[in-house]
Design a protein around this ligand. Sequence first.
Ligand SMILES: C[S@@+](CC[C@H](N)C(=O)[O-])C[C@H]1O[C@@H](n2cnc3c(N)ncnc32)[C@H](O)[C@@H]1O
Length: 992
Amino acid sequence: MTFAVLRALHALIGDALDDVERIYAESGNSSPNSRTSTSGKPSTASTARSPTHKSSNSAQGHAYASPPPSPLISSYFQGQPSSQDRSTTPLSTLDFPSLDLPFDPNSPSENLTSHPVVISAVNKIVAAAGQMSATVQIPFLTLCDAGMSFHLPSCLRLLEASHTVEILREAGPNGLHVKLIAEKNGVDKNKLAHILRLLATHHILREVSPNVFANNRLSSILDTRKPSENLMRNPETKYSDTNGVSAFFGMCTDELFKSAGFLTETYFLSPQKHKNGREPTRAPFNHAFGCEGVGFFGWLEGEGINGKQVNGPGRGVDLIPGVVIPGNGSVNHKRGTSSIGKADMYSGKSSPTNKPRDPLANPNRFRLERFGKAMTGTASWEVPGAVLNGFDWQSLPKGSVIVDVGGGIGSTSMLLAHAYSDGRDISPDEDVPGLKFIIQDREVVVDMGEKAWKDKCPELVDSGVARFQVHDFFLPQPVKNAAVFLLRVVLHDWPDAFAQRILLRLREAAMPDTKLLIADFVLPLACADNFGSTEDEGEMGMTEIQGAETMLAPAPLLPNLGKASANGYWMDMTMQCMFNGQERTLREIVSLAHSAGWKVTKVTKAPGSLFGHIVAIPIEIPIQRRARAGSGSAFFDIPNSNYMGGSAVDPHDEALLDVREMGRASSRCGTPTFGSRMDLPSYEEARAKFGGGIRGALRRPSTSVLTRPPMKPSILPAAGSAKKKRPSPLSVVPQSPSPVPRNISSPRPPPPPVPHSPLKRRISHAQLNQIYSSQQPSLSPAPHQPSQSPRIPGSSLPLSRRASLANLSNQTSISKGPPPPLPANFLLRSSDRASPALSQMPLSPASPVFSRLNSPGLSLRSPTPASPNLSHRRSYVTLSPSAIPKKRVDNSVRSIGGLPSTLGGRGNTLMRSLELSGLANRGVDGQGRMGPLKFGDELSLDPASDDGNDTESIEESLPGGSVLAAAARIESLRNTPSRKPSMSALNRQYSS
Ligand SMILES: C[S@@+](CC[C@H](N)C(=O)[O-])C[C@H]1O[C@@H](n2cnc3c(N)ncnc32)[C@H](O)[C@@H]1O
């Protein structure tokens, strides 16, 4: 059986390689401008069709993973464009980018890695290869890999911090002897050789001859393209004017890496009263850096350091952790107050102090600035234009108000404003929904956003299409007429209790037809998901969620695509380690939303991405029922508290849920947070990326938005342009429309063609169009059907990075229940299957093929059970077994079957804490913010009032932000005729 699985994985890899080669071959043949190969040799695509086929490359017997560097690559090292060379190289096909050559974001070959078929195939290869390796390797050695691979980030950090990548770029394709590298960066040559060799062994760098190292496709993405000498002199300038990738890996291998080392200290070895807590300022990060009570962002801003130094005295380079100080050749590794290495952070509590007044005196200044840049480097975590497909924006009534809650500088709103507004307050055009945007954030961020919008698109601000508003999302939501509340990468920053409070605030302010749109990673389980199978999940409507996936890949692959989906899980742990936050599974998102009065109805993910757009509608907030333990301790059933699980709760736990943590956890001075967009998308970039998705203004030459400056050379370089700004190598997005044509019944004409230079080296929109349309007949066997959502903007395949892509979702997510046994014909190759095209093509949920696959006739999903009557009362008794306090006597509590055993009572702790904090704290400060609360505070509810009608009677006595208060408020709003104030009225209201 194991051999059968291995053979199946092998065949999967072979099929996937065939797919990739076919796309490259077709592209090479169909596009005269892209007849090139980064290897300088013809591809073997036409001959290599079997996983066992020996390609001519491997037959050459050289030491390279792929053909040796061609003379073409010398242009990289000289910093010169190589388009001329390429365009005159007559080759029959494109080759896949070589591992041995530096990354070239402008090469057609690299561009094609974002082709959906390639993304899908690569995901299969990565998943299958990872699984094969885990299967065949001696377990001890595989665990050695897992247990000792901490050396990888450690060595990677040195590579980045010592500017070795830049030194190697300057050395050229033949590399540089480690002795000479050491002379330049001051690291001991013998130590350096071993460090670089470890990296080369993991394919990050190449050892071209003994002790001689050169950059390769992986290491080169760390290249800031700056002269190494300058960096040695002014290392603090390293990340300015870069794409942020080196900053991102600098941060990952420094504070994130170190924090992760304290996971067990925090979650297991800490005193009982702390370890189950979810305070944002008592995370592994706080252990690692000895700064309990200080949020990561506050710490970055210099808080909690108590006047001592974190990284050494003085300013400038002295502040940079681990860099060589020029002149004396020494390396600064003073750690100041860090408790790394100390066993127990609780022995000596640090108290937060105000951050230094002088930002230059902030010992963490370098890290702070690096974080900002790093967030730019992660732009490709999400396909930015996916928000256009994540909701049926066109279906909204004219002039609808979208509230971008925690919206940062408004980059998502800006995309939407370009797509769905024509830059006028009221558009005469019936087709233009003329959406209005209110972007809410903290004051300092709002200031930044207003400035950015005024610089970039003043007409949208002046016309009233968009406006910023200072608002703390833990306080009552001031906008009462929102059509959509948008929460993009906000909830993942917060533990459940805090996230629930944010959602409650929105629920309180929601009209019956208000929608909630959550944009966050949606983590799949590592087994086939059976969500919706329990009664309570049925009550939460899980079985009816459109686009929900139960698995991303067929057996024998892991249902979540294993290694190919790793990035979502890295992010999850990063949020835990830094903030006690988390990414969430769909089940967790649904339950969290439900507990705050929102019912999830739809999930949309861009092909190959775990990043989802989740639509929810308002429902009644489940009112928790009071329960009393025999001992007299008060604790409560928490609505839907089964969703998180974790360890059992000690009802006498004195852990505080101090809601002032909210403030401490948040950035004070506008530091971005994980996932925030640091740049406004340019109109042209958005247009180039999302084509038909950008509607409204784009087709109206007379409107003001078209008076924007012409397309920037950095986006679509002019012919012969010598200097190009390198886009983020992780965010190369081919300018492509959907490969699956949709019959969109829009009266709108298509948007004007994207102007592009005929000489530019990137594959043009039109070229990819051609590629896709040439594949059309075989890729889409289904007859064209009208789109479910006729106004969904055109490009359903915003293509992006390849990391963490899990784009088998739509073809493989349709079976429910345990993974099927290995089919007898499993070894059949894709070409033998009934519908090879379907199996090869990642589908957009908007595609007719996808709808067809999900149609009742074809779906393998078990039929949706009749929706049970929603009875919120039942859900109060759904505590997971492990979360039931020992003293509990409430025999209505029952266990939840089907939940993974790893889900215990952690969520209950949080939810309980929230409830207690909400109910027990009568004191609300002047700003409506709730004060710190003790677990076990007295409830004001009379047990007898547990009849479902208690909301009105208790409204007055409840602090804002609690479940009950929100429910009560909604109840009272229900009796108030809903008004829809005009935008100008709203503006007046807010400005007063
Ligand atoms: C990860 S960022 C997301 C920003 C934006 N939605 C985006 O997609 O780029 C989280 C945002 O939440 C904001 N934030 C944090 N605490 C807040 C609070 N209490 N009230 C309002 N916004 C807050 C931060 O300033 C930050 O802009």
